[in-house]
Design a protein around this ligand. Structure first.
Ligand SMILES: Nc1ncnc2c1ncn2[C@@H]1O[C@H](COP(=O)(O)OP(=O)(O)OP(=O)(O)O)[C@@H](O)[C@H]1O
Ligand SMILES: [Mg+2]
Length: 166
């Protein structure tokens, strides 16, 4: 993971403790509220940590009414909410395969993109991105390591850090 953004500043960082699924939902809701056209959130974490669960809750708060399934086999799924919602899982993709999919059309499009296993395609991600690493701490507890890279996301992380998620 790159530790410096294009201005040479270190990314804004914050650790958020989700005590349970509801805690994860509060973070997802706060970020869905901030989301803009072209927002890209890079999700990482162990198998079964909660990347899809976070994505489903984010989609719900973005106003997506359809059921959001794990995109592990479909690779990319598009949904309609307040903004278009693009949900990707690149676990099964090689870097070359991901490159051929033309992901920039999603990243720089009108919608919001969430990428599960994003670190596998780090070099294809936009310069500015919000990284969330989901760490499992107990059956229902998750520690979210959040890193805002680029001005917009740095501001988001600073605001969340200061004001919390509710
Ligand atoms: N606080 C929490 N936050 C997120 N998920 C939680 C939490 N507590 C329990 N869970 C459960 O953990 C599971 C996470 O599974 P999920 O499919 O979201 O993981 P994943 O990271 O997407 O896995 P994969 O690597 O296979 O894509 C879900 O069953 C979810 O309900
Ligand atoms: Mg998943």
């Amino acid at each position: 993971m790159s530790v410096e953004d294009n201005k040479g500043n270190p990314p804004a960082q914050w650790v958020y403790e989700a005590e349970d699924l509801q805690g994860t939902e509060q973070l997802a809701a706060a970020l869905a509220k901030l989301a803009l056209p072209g927002t890209v959130i890079a999700l990482d974490g162990d198998l079964g940590a909660g990347k899809t669960a976070f994505s489903q809750l984010f989609a719900k708060h973005l106003g997506v009414k359809d059921t959001v399934n794990s995109p592990t086999f479909t690779l990319i799924k598009e949904y309609e909410g307040r903004l278009p919602f693009y949900h990707m899982d690149v676990y099964r993709l090689s870097l070359d395969e991901a490159d051929e999919l033309g992901l920039d059309e999603y990243f720089y499009g009108d919608g919001v993109t969430l990428v599960e296993w994003a670190s596998l395609i780090e070099e294809l991600l936009p310069q500015d991105v919000l990284h969330i690493y989901v760490e499992t701490v107990s059956a229902i507890g998750r520690r979210m390591h959040i890193k805002g890279q680029g001005g917009t996301y740095e501001a988001w992380v600073s605001a969340l850090k200061e004001n919390g998620v509710s």
